[in-house]
Design a protein around this ligand. Structure first.
Ligand code: C2E
Ligand code: MG
Ligand code: MG
Length: 733
């Protein structure tokens, strides 16, 4: 039970109230008992006092009376009269003795006929005290009350009288009276206690009845309302049972039910709105997701449905919007969806749902039959499933071939379709849609106007690419991208005359990333500007440092690759100037490598920049020469200091005559134009020999040296220099 709830609190109050009431009752009972006890005590004492004082007073009066009456008879020793005086009193059952004695304390009369003790002294313990006293005395010895009075004649005591009263009977009667009193009192207490117990029982029963009432009439209906409110959250608007109560709870229940009915109506409306696409009247992405979630759920016997999900959009839809306006765009979307819907019907996809995901993106979810449980039928069903889905995709593509008439405009549109099939692994509806979406991307990549089935590996690759692209930003700062240097040697002397700076990226998870890949990404995202600048500075610094360790007459050049994009805004010369100044490297020692395509792309700004560079003293080389389609024509337009024959020619130079002839022609051309020539990608001695034989001046490749870090490069150059010096006469070097 919730102690904070009404029932809990009410019960707590009732229990506390009951405990207090019972406490008060117990106190009252205890107090009553104490009162009765003290009353009893007082009564007992009063009775005892009253009885003993009455007996004493009576006996005393009798003793005094008899003493007066016996004065003369004693004086004359008239024993008969003495006997007669006491005879009446002696008959009382409580009178034990009446002794008359003379002035010496000797017994004169003991109340008996024969007076056997006549003349005898009194020997009882009280006698001495009494004999010597001239005043009446009352003494008690156990249950015996002794009342005495002197017998006087004038002033002379001539004897005395003692009356002994046995108190046993009096005491017994007194005890009987007290016991009766006690009984009366106890009865009274019991009656009182019974009354209290009855009162307590009535209080408990009343409290329980109140609790029950509160529970039934307030707490229970409130709980029902609370449960119904929770149900509302789950979209269930069942009315709460109305007990027909006229009280506030009844009113509340009826208002609540009215509110539930209204909410149900709103909910239905909102769901309709939330699940429908306004423009086309089709289901929207939320409705589609729910539909697909329901469709991929296995049935009671664990069987799955076969589902085809087709994700498609209109190729170049943005262009339609931009050219013809959004109104035409909207019309196109409506007509497009209507055509797709027609096609679906033609292909028997009645159970399918067509939804608009937003913009020009549409999706079809087509559950078509149950996935068999045995292997043979499964394979057949799978093929059949794929066949019908493919037919539908082809149908959609075909139906787009007829032009659309949208608001007086005739338009030809095309669509690309991505398809994912279910079952295919343990996937959710969202993942299935994602697969179809990525298949659409693959269809777009494949040239649009076609369909593609989801390809896991392709998807993985594109996800990996996306990750790499995201990680590229800041990779230099994190120290993941570094610069490697590949030596370029003179083919006749083997001397290292230049090094090419090459970027290296070791990704923390994916390892080594190919520069051709990440440089393309850096160009596409614009990161190349920062990356190129950082690389240039670092390379200039490294090579300047190495050059300081080489002899003054050793000419070592640094060549850096410059991408087309770095040329577009014309700041390359000044950037190079700053790098040279800061590193202390002389301009003559720096060459830039450009590809033919870069030169072509920014032809109008390239020439001026290259002129500036040359005026500064830097050299300009054409990289990957022979691969571009411009070739010689570029050499005419842009004056370069040299060309680097692409390694694709060199790799087959020993086996492919064509490549050898082309390479020889490039070498010859360079010589004619009086420009230098580097052969890239030399991997074998044979390649080097033939290039040397054909008159190629410089070579670069794994056979000469692989790209290496600055420290290794320094060692490599110093060693090679020392070796050449040792082997060759100085004039050849
Ligand atoms: P590239 O400018 O033609 O660079 C030469 C490429 O050939 C380098 O590949 C180098 O490692 C490779 N190579 C050299 N000798 C051999 C050999 O004997 N056999 C084979 N198979 N390959 C050899 P890398 O480092 O992968 O660079 C690829 C391309 O990336 C470069 O081609 C260049 O276009 C670009 N690149 C590299 N670093 C930079 C840079 O800092 N800026 C720019 N814009 N592009 C760069
Ligand atoms: Mg290069
Ligand atoms: Mg190259």
């Amino acid at each position: 039970m919730n102690v904070r709830g009404i029932q809990g609190r009410f019960s707590l109050v009732v229990v506390i109230g009951l405990i207090c009431a019972l406490g008060v009752l117990v106190l009252l009972v205890a107090r009553e008992r104490l009162t009765v006890q003290s009353l009893e005590k007082v009564a007992r004492e009063s009775i005892t006092k009253l009885v003993s004082s009455t007996i004493t007073a009576n006996t005393r009066a009798t003793a005094t009376q008899m003493a007066d009456a016996m004065a003369n008879p004693l004086y004359y020793m008239d024993l008969d009269t003495i006997g007669a005086i006491q005879s009446t009193h002696r008959k009382l059952p409580s009178t034990k003795y009446i002794i008359v004695y003379d002035e010496h304390g000797r017994i004169v009369h003991d109340g008996t006929e024969d007076i056997l003790s006549f003349g005898m002294p009194q020997v009882d313990p009280l006698a001495n005290q009494i004999i010597g006293s001239r005043a009446p005395m009352t003494l008690q010895d156990g249950m015996m009350l002794d009342v005495s009075s002197p017998i006087m004649i004038g002033e002379n005591k001539i004897g005395g009288i003692r009356i002994g009263v046995d108190l046993t009977e009096v005491k017994r009667q007194q005890d009987v009276a007290i016991a009766q009193l006690h009984n009366n009192m106890q009865q009274r207490i019991r009656r009182q206690e019974l009354a209290y117990i009855l009162a307590a029982l009535v209080a408990i029963v009343t409290s329980l009845a109140m609790l029950l009432y509160v529970n039934r009439r307030i707490v229970h209906p409130l709980k029902r309302l609370a449960r119904a409110t929770d149900e509302f959250k789950g979209g269930r608007f069942e009315p709460v049972i109305d007990d027909g109560n006229a009280n506030e709870i009844g009113v509340l229940t009826r208002s609540f039910n009215r509110m539930g009915r209204n909410l149900e109506l709103y909910d239905r409306e909102i769901r309709n709105m939330a699940y429908t696409d306004n423009l086309t009247g089709l289901a929207n992405r939320f409705a589609f997701r729910e539909f697909l979630e329901e469709a991929i759920r296995p049935n009671e016997v664990g069987e799955h449905q076969m589902i085809g999900v087709l994700f498609f959009d209109i190729d170049h839809f943005k262009r339609i919007n931009d050219t013809h306006g959004h109104y035409v765009g909207d019309e196109v979307l409506k007509l497009f969806s209507a055509r797709v819907f027609e096609t679906m019907k033609k292909h028997g996809a009645d159970a399918a749902m067509l939804a608009r995901f937003g913009g020009d993106e549409f999706v079809i979810g087509w559950p078509s039959g149950v996935w068999g449980s045995d292997q043979a039928t499964t394979a057949g069903a799978s093929r059949e499933h794929q066949r019908v889905v493919t037919e539908l995709a082809n149908g959609i593509l075909e139906t787009m071939q007829a032009p659309l008439e949208a608001d007086g405009e005739t338009l030809v549109i095309d669509t690309s379709i991505g398809i994912a099939l279910f079952p295919d692994g343990d996937i959710t509806a969202v993942e299935l849609i994602k697969r179809a979406d990525s298949a659409l991307y693959q269809a777009k990549e494949a040239g649009k106007g076609c369909y593609r089935y989801y390809d896991f590996e392709l998807q993985q690759r594109s996800e990996r690419m996306l990750q790499i692209e995201m990680d590229l930003e800041g990779a230099w700062k994190r120290g993941e991208i570094t610069v490697a240097y590949q030596p370029i040697c003179r083919l006749d002397t083997n001397a290292i005359v230049a090094v090419e700076a090459l970027l290296r990226w070791v990704h923390p998870e994916q390892g080594h990333i190919d520069p051709s890949l990440f440089i393309g990404m850096a160009e596409a995202s614009g990161i190349i500007d920062v990356l190129g600048k950082e690389m240039l500075y670092k390379a200039c610094m490294d090579i300047a440092a190495i050059k300081r360790e080489l002899p003054d007459d050793y000419h070592l050049a640094l060549t850096v690759n410059v991408s087309a994009l770095q040329l577009r805004d014309g700041i390359l010369p000044s950037m190079i100037g700053t790098a040279l100044r800061e590193s202390g490297l002389d301009a003559k020692s720096l060459s830039v490598e450009l590809t033919e395509s870069a030169v072509l792309q920014y032809a109008e700004v390239v020439e001026a920049q290259l002129d500036r560079l040359r005026r500064m003293g830097c050299e300009v080389w054409l990289d990957d020469f022979g691969t571009g389609y411009s070739g010689l024509s570029q050499l005419r337009r842009v004056r370069v200091n040299g060309v680097k024959i692409d390694r694709s020619f060199i790799s087959d130079i020993l086996t492919d005559d064509e490549d050898l002839r082309l390479t020889s022609a490039i070498i010859e051309m360079a010589r004619t134009l009086e420009i230098q020539c580097v052969a890239e990608g030399i991997e074998k001695q044979g390649q080097l020999d033939i290039l040397r034989e054909r008159g190629c001046e410089f070579g670069q490749g794994f056979f000469v040296a692989r790209p290496m870090r600055a420290e290794a490069l320094r060692e490599f150059i110093l060693e090679r220099h020392a070796e050449i010096k040792r082997l060759q006469p100085p004039e050849l070097f």
